[in-house]
Design a protein around this ligand. Structure first.
Ligand code: GLY
Length: 283
């Protein structure tokens, strides 16, 4: 029996980790844990980049993306969901109950209806007020959770409302396996948060896991992925990408392009919000 661990992006992941922890610590599955962590953040109206409370697109409609992954053969995803609040739960159902990997837009919402999930209005009052006055927001603070359970099974999940005021139809990195999330049970998992447009051309999560497959430790793998982002893009001053990685033996790391990012970590006997192990651009 190994030690369980939860590695979740951003300080808002701390409360979500703590809510999911008792079941994981008692021997629950890492898949249940990542679903619970992401749903907890989805339901936090104060988080304007994930789930209910997320900022809408240019036209005032919220659309959610999410992915869950345990291996290249066990992955599910939904994007552009407009009537259901928990994209990772939907993505898990896609993985477990359909022959497909990804459902999009009305098809994903219709699938949620068919699963028996009650539709909800995703635009929260405060998010609507921010949209009406176009309150500045450049953050894409996806919740990404990597978890290891006592049986040694690794799972990853991520959930995002995408870029604030995006063009209708825009989908980011989060629901696309290999971009916002990738898990290989033999070599590890990685996930990205931040500006998805910077991540998508580089398959950054896949790249980080491939680095681990080649022998890199989790931090070196993340730095390679972030350096590739830096090399490929003319970065704006406020462009941010942060990544987390978890190896099957529990070694883990987080790294960011810039200051301002932190990771919520929980393992037996210790937990809390920690600074990234490396920040690429020392401002
Ligand atoms: N990383 C979330 C997004 O850009 O959509």
């Amino acid at each position: 029996m190994g030690e369980p661990i939860l590695l979740t992006t951003w300080p808002f992941g701390d409360a979500a980790n703590r809510a999911a922890w008792p079941a994981l610590e008692a021997g629950g599955s890492s898949l249940d844990a990542v679903e619970a962590v992401c749903a907890h953040v989805d339901d936090d109206e104060s988080v304007h980049t994930v789930g209910y409370g997320g900022l809408p697109d240019r036209d005032g409609a919220v659309s959610l993306d999410g992915c869950v992954m345990q291996s290249p053969a066990r992955v599910g995803s939904v994007c552009a969901v407009r009537r259901h609040a928990h994209p990772v739960t939907l993505a898990r159902r896609v993985m477990e109950e359909t022959p497909h990997v990804m459902l999009a837009g009305p098809g994903a919402d219709g699938f949620g209806d068919a699963c028996g999930f009650a539709p909800v209005e995703l635009l929260a009052p405060e998010a609507r007020a921010r949209w009406e006055r176009r309150a500045p927001s450049r953050s894409h603070d996806t919740v990404c959770c990597l978890a290891l359970d006592r049986a040694g099974v690794l799972s990853g999940g991520c959930s995002s409302s995408g870029a604030a005021y995006k063009l209708p139809g825009r989908v980011g990195d989060s629901p696309i396996p290999g971009h916002g999330l990738y898990v290989d049970p033999a070599h590890g998992g990685a996930a990205a948060t931040g500006n998805g447009e910077l991540v998508m051309g580089l398959c950054s999560s896949f790249l980080a896991v491939e680095e681990m497959r080649s022998g890199a430790n989790p931090l070196a793998a993340l730095l390679e992925a972030l350096e590739r982002i830096q090399a490929a893009h003319e970065l704006a001053e406020d462009d941010q990408v942060a990544m987390v990685a978890l190896a099957p033996d529990g070694r883990h790391a987080s790294a960011a392009l810039r200051k301002g990012y932190a990771t919520a970590v929980l393992r037996p006997g210790s937990g809390g919000v920690v600074e990234p192990d490396a920040i690429l651009l020392d401002e």
